[in-house]
Design a binder for this molecule. Structure first.
Ligand SMILES: Nc1ncnc2c1ncn2[C@@H]1O[C@H](COP(=O)(O)OP(=O)(O)O)[C@@H](O)[C@H]1O
Ligand SMILES: [Mg+2]
Length: 269
């Protein structure tokens, strides 16, 4: 294999020709028999999970169920002891490092927002567009019409058009979370992973976040890990319940909430 082919296989660099996941079988993420052990304790235990192209999936489960570990495996932060993880038909996630996985189109939003507080909302999106290029070059370079259009589109999507010139540090908690989602959108991920997006939000912010996540699915797949059942009910099409590192139940929110195994696990919390 030439170096270029290896780079493409690893999803390195070459932003003009990003490695897109092949979703011809309508599945964007395959996790099969994934096991992660920490000193003999199985945080994930032969986990199987399939996410469809364009779907919005909620993952719930009691503390310690393995939800965060699952996201760590998908994004390359944690290597499983066994199993396979594919992004579409052709991209082997277990052969890639974290930056290459992000570059290939998997975006992850952590719980704590990490916006640049002393830059404006607009500049934060501009910086996010830079990716691994020098942020200074981006801030002092002139934006192309296309780049400007892209930022304006994302501002609209996240509902912060009127806040574009405000310092990000002065935004409400909810607005910061949306800005961070917007920063991820600047990279146009095909799979977006979101960990507990509504923790600490007001009811209005929670409602707006539900609308935002629903609007993001379709063009891409969105996987949301969340504790708040009412929130899950307000957005979910399909819910997966994790317990002790495996899938306990999967289905509509009504199906899983009426599942005796799920009821027992939640009562035991
Ligand atoms: N780096 C680590 N070292 C040891 N144990 C860990 C580590 N990360 C997670 N665990 C354990 O694995 C289990 C699953 O954790 P986690 O994936 O964070 O669960 P969840 O996000 O569902 O609450 C927990 O029992 C946790 O204590
Ligand atoms: Mg967690």
């Amino acid at each position: 294999m030439t170096a270029r082919l290896i780079d493409r296989a690893l999803g390195r660099g070459i932003r003009s020709q990003p490695l897109k996941p092949d979703v011809s079988h309508n599945i964007i993420l395959y996790l099969e028999d994934i096991t992660v052990s920490f000193d003999g304790f199985r945080a994930l235990n032969a986990l199987n999970l399939y996410i469809e192209a364009g779907e919005l999936r909620c993952i719930i489960g009691p503390n310690g169920a393995g939800k965060t570990t699952m996201m760590d495996v998908i994004t390359g932060k944690t290597r499983p002891d066994a199993g396979s993880a594919w992004f579409g038909q052709t991209i082997d996630l277990l052969a890639m490092r974290e930056p290459a996985i992000a570059e290939a189109g998997i975006g992850r939003k952590f719980q704590k927002p990490t916006v640049f507080g002393s830059h404006t909302v607009f500049e934060n999106l501009e910086l996010a567009m830079a990716g691994d290029k020098s942020p200074w070059k981006i801030l002092f370079a002139k934006l192309s019409g296309e780049q400007l259009g892209r930022i304006e589109q994302v501002l609209e999507t996240i509902g912060l058009t009127h806040e574009r010139d405000r310092d990000a540090g002065s935004l409400s908690h909810g607005q910061k979370q949306w800005l961070e989602i917007g920063m991820l959108l600047m990279q146009d991920p095909q799979l977006l992973l979101v960990d507990e997006p509504v923790a600490g939000m007001t009811p209005q912010e929670t409602e707006r976040t539900a609308e935002l996540l629903v609007s993001l699915a379709g063009q891409r797949s969105v996987v949301v890990v969340e504790h708040d059942m009412d929130f899950v009910r307000s957005i979910a099409r399909k819910v997966t319940v994790l317990h002790e590192g495996s899938v306990l139940a999967e289905g509509s929110i009504d199906q899983v909430q009426n599942d005796q195994k799920v009821v027992e696990v939640y009562l035991g919390e």
